[in-house]
Ligand binder design. Structure first.
Ligand code: SD4
Length: 348
C-alpha cells in the first residue's frame, strides 16, 4: 500500500501552497545557481556529458549546441547504456530514440532508429532541415544516411550481448526501469555544507540521458536520448523522443526532462506538465514534485514498481528534481559547481 501519511502530508502541503501562493514554494538557497551558464543532466553519466556541454557553454556558446554535444558524449560511450552500446529489444536489435528542443519552440525527434551512432544529431537535422518534428524507423534511418550519417554495423556491444544472452534464458517480458533504491543501500546519502546531497552508493545502469541547459545569453535548450527499455517489445517507444513527455522547453519559463518508465510519463505529458507548474510560480523541485504526485495518483499502488524522475531548470537558473523512488541522481555544471546531486523522492 502507498504510504498514506505521505499522501495526507502531500495534500496538506498542496492546500497550504494554494492558500499562501508562491511563498510556500520559496526556492531553497541550494537551488539557486549564481550566474549563467548552467547545464544539468540525468544520472551519473551526466557528469561526462556536462563536460561535453561545457566545451560550448563555457565559451559563451548556444545552449542548443551544448545540449547536442553533451549527450553525444554519452551516445559514444560503449560502456554506457545509451546509444549503440546499449541493450537491444527482445529481438536482439538496438533501437534508439532522441529529441532536441531550442529556445524558439523548434524541435526535432527520431525514434525506432537503428545503426546510427548519434540519434540526437539526426533529431537536430529533422528540426533544422525538414518541415517535420518527428521521423521514425526506416524513414529516420534513410534521412540520416541522406544527411551523411554513417550506417554502423548491426552488432551488440560485449556487455549488451552478455545481458541479452542472459535475458534469453527466460525471455521473461517484464520490463523494470531504474529503481535503484535496492541497489543503492551500500552508502547513505550525505549532505554538504552547500545543502547539496551526495547520492549514496553507485548509480545503476541507465538507458537514457536527458539534459537541459541555459547559456550565457539566458536562453534554454534541452535534449534527450535513449535506447529505451532493455529487451522491450519490437517497436516500443517510450517518452524520451516525445516532445512534451521526455523533454520540453519554454524559453519564457523553463525546461524539463524526464527519465524512468516512459509509459507513465507519456500518459500525463510529464515534462510539459512540469514546465506548466513552473509557469504557475513553482520552483523547479516543487514543480517536479507536483508532477510526480500526479503519477502517484494515477498509478495508485502500482507506483511501487515504477520509477520516474523529472529534472528541471527555470529561467532564473534555478534547478531541481523529484523522483518516485530514491536513487535518482543528476549532474550539474556551472562556473561555481560540478557535481552529482541525489534527488529527493516520494518514497524515502
Ligand atoms: C523509456 N524513459 O524508454 C525511457 C527509459 C529511461 O533510464 O529513462 N531509462 O521509457
Amino acid at each position: 500500500m502507498i504510504n498514506r501519511r505521505k499522501f495526507i502530508n502531500a495534500s496538506a502541503f498542496t492546500s497550504l501552497a494554494a492558500l499562501v501562493g508562491k511563498k510556500a514554494w520559496a526556492t531553497p538557497e541550494y537551488e539557486t545557481v549564481k550566474g549563467k551558464p548552467i547545464v544539468i543532466s540525468t544520472w551519473d553519466a551526466g557528469l561526462n556529458a556536462n563536460k561535453g556541454a561545457w566545451g560550448i557553454l563555457g565559451k559563451n556558446g548556444r545552449a542548443l549546441d551544448a545540449v547536442e554535444a553533451g549527450v553525444m558524449v554519452t551516445e559514444s560511450e560503449q560502456s554506457c547504456c545509451v546509444g549503440l552500446g546499449a541493450n537491444p529489444d527482445r529481438e536482439g536489435i538496438v533501437t534508439l530514440d532522441a529529441c532536441i528542443m531550442d529556445e524558439f519552440f523548434n524541435c526535432g525527434s527520431v525514434a525506432f532508429l537503428e545503426r546510427i551512432k548519434h540519434p540526437v544529431s539526426v533529431a537536430r537535422r529533422v528540426m533544422e532541415k525538414t518541415p517535420h518534428v518527428m521521423l521514425v524507423g526506416n524513414g529516420a534511418q534513410q534521412f540520416a544516411i541522406a544527411e551523411g550519417f554513417p550506417l554502423e554495423e548491426q552488432t551488440l556491444s560485449p556487455d549488451a550481448e552478455k545481458a541479452y544472452r542472459e535475458w534469453l534464458k527466460k525471455s521473461e517480458y517484464k520490463p523494470v526501469i531504474n529503481i535503484e533504491n535496492k541497489k543503492q543501500s551500500a552508502f547513505a546519502p550525505s549532505r554538504l555544507s552547500t545543502g547539496e546531497w551526495l547520492p549514496g552508493g553507485q548509480a545503476g545502469n541507465h538507458d537514457t540521458i536527458g539534459m537541459v541547459a541555459m547559456d550565457s545569453q539566458g536562453n534554454l535548450s534541452g535534449s534527450c536520448t535513449t535506447s529505451g527499455m532493455g529487451f522491450k517489445m519490437r517497436g516500443r517507444l517510450g517518452d524520451s523522443p516525445i516532445i512534451g513527455a521526455g523533454l520540453f522547453v519554454d524559453n519564457e519559463v523553463g525546461a524539463c526532462t524526464a527519465t524512468g518508465q516512459g509509459e507513465d510519463v507519456i500518459r500525463m505529458c510529464g515534462s510539459h506538465t512540469v514546465v506548466e507548474f513552473m509557469r504557475q510560480g513553482f520552483a523547479p523541485e516543487a514543480a517536479c514534485k507536483k508532477a510526480i504526485e500526479r503519477i502517484i495518483k494515477i498509478k495508485g499502488e502500482k507506483v511501487k514498481d515504477i520509477q520516474v524522475a523529472f529534472l528541471a531548470l527555470n529561467k532564473k537558473g534555478q534547478r531541481g528534481s523529484f523522483a518516485i523512488h530514491k536513487g535518482f541522481s543528476y549532474a550539474i555544471k556551472s562556473h561555481d559547481i560540478e557535481m552529482l546531486v541525489a534527488s529527493k523522492s516520494w518514497f524515502l
